[in-house]
Design a binder for this molecule. Structure first.
Ligand code: TYM
Length: 412
């Protein structure tokens, strides 16, 4: 067995364990905020998910309208279909055309002190949307959620949240337009947030959250109440310093695993006199071992952290990135590789913006001209500066800058 195949076999067992830990119906992909498991080697069937979740496909018509309304070409994450599904995006574009305000809302559940490459997907699009629409953005750090779901103390989750905030700031957000908050701090600071939380909790029964999130009689009560915490930032009055008492709708970019929270939020909002939040859903950045699961902070070997050194990055890709190539060089030259399965190629689709170059790599790998080791090297060369420049920017973020981002205030 070649080294590469041995690695793939070993990594499949890591993936199997991951899958075994997840609850899923045998005949379906399973997607919820805590587990993503697909039965196919090429990943989740996203068209099926749109039908299951009742969202809408981001089609050419929406992308064309996006470009027409904003006067800018759409981001490659939209153009290449990584953001594939939406709810009410047309209403947001209409508001923009009419000069009416809206804000962006997204978040991070701090379960590790460094974020990973997958997290860059929603935050990169958020940064682009903030620039294009010139609108405020609120970012929730759900340190409370991770304390409830993970083996973390309140203090540990809070601390990780602050570390993650630096990773988020390093994505380039405008300090004049961005408010980042930790649930542990902010909910005690502003009664308006807590009051909205209770208003939401009053609208949702245990039966409903059981249905949406799969809670049961042995679920701790903190988890049962938590979905209201993630719903609350979709109500603009939760941020009196920023929006006063105005009821302004929001647009939430996230991966589709977060949709259950916002299905609940969209059900409640009209009952409280607010517009339903709009959503842009992304696909999952896959685990190194293959597209059956998403990259996740809780599986270190499946994950490239933003804090990884160039050496760690190189080792992880060479050792763990699932190969769509053949077992021997001779076979590979003859039969070619499978780009749909190959994780290095899949990662390039996110990070290599040049369409022509990407297509050339696809052609050469499919024909067998390009070997797996060579493809991995291309990926390593592209990702190394992504990580090192992120780390450099992050290292220059001072406590003062962090404090400014995390202070409730008026945003431009
Ligand atoms: P968290 O910390 O799991 O993830 C943060 C954001 O990253 C997305 N994400 C991914 N996207 C692509 N590929 C992946 N492999 C991947 N892993 C995670 C998530 O969908 C999310 O957008 N409960 C939330 C925190 C939160 C939030 C929000 C997220 C609070 N309010 C509003 C989005 C919008 C969480 O634990 O995210």
């Amino acid at each position: 067995m070649s080294g590469e195949v041995a690695n793939n076999v070993q990594d499949l067992s890591i993936q199997e364990n991951h899958i075994k830990k997840s609850i899923h119906k045998e005949d379906d992909d399973h997607v919820d905020p805590w587990n993503v498991v697909s039965k196919s080697d090429t990943g989740v069937d996203y068209d099926k998910l749109i039908l299951k979740f009742g969202s809408s496909k981001i089609d050419d018509e929406l992308l064309a309208r996006f470009e027409k309304v904003t006067g800018k070409p759409v981001h490659h994450l939209l153009r290449r279909g990584f953001f594939f599904s939406h709810r009410d995006m047309h209403s947001i574009l209409t508001r923009y055309e009419q000069g009416k305000p809206f804000y962006l809302y997204t978040g991070r559940g701090p379960s590790s002190s460094s974020m990973h490459l997958g997290h860059l997907i929603p935050f990169t699009l958020c940064k682009w949307l903030q620039d294009v629409f010139n609108c405020p953005l609120v970012i929730q750090l759900t340190d409370d959620e991770k304390t409830l779901w993970k083996e973390l103390t309140v203090e540990e989750a809070y601390k990780m949240g602050l570390e993650n905030a630096k990773d988020i700031i390093a994505c380039g957000f405008d300090v004049n337009k961005t408010f980042i908050f930790s649930d542990f701090t902010y909910i005690g600071q502003r009664p308006e947030f807590y009051r909205n939380m209770i208003r939401i909790q009053k609208c949702v029964t245990f039966n409903q959250v059981k249905g949406i999130f799969g809670f049961d009689d042995s679920t701790v009560i903190g988890k049962i109440a938590f979905p209201a915490v993630q719903a609350t930032p979709a109500l603009s009055t939760s941020f009196p310093d920023t929006f006063g008492t105005k009821k302004i709708p929001c647009l939430i970019p996230c991966a589709i695993d977060q949709d259950p929270y916002f299905r609940m939020t969209r059900d409640v909002c009209p009952r409280l006199g607010f517009d339903k939040p709009a959503l842009l859903h992304s696909k999952f950045f896959p685990a190194l071992q293959g597209a059956k699961t998403k990259m996740s902070a809780s599986e270190a070997n499946s994950t490239i952290f933003m804090s990884d050194t160039p050496k760690q990055l190189k080792n992880k890709i060479n050792k763990h990135a699932f190969s769509g190539g053949q077992t021997t060089v001779e076979e590979h030259r003859e039969l070619g590789g499978n780009c749909d399965l190959d994780i290095s190629f899949q990662y390039l689709r996110f990070f290599l913006e040049d369409d022509e170059k990407l297509e050339e790599i696809r052609r050469n790998y499919t024909s067998g001209q390009l070997l797996t080791g060579e493809l991995k090297k291309i990926l390593i060369d592209i990702l190394t500066p992504v990580l090192t420049s992120h780390q450099e920017i992050r290292s220059k973020i001072t406590e003062e800058t962090l404090q400014t981002f995390m202070t409730p205030r008026k945003l431009c």
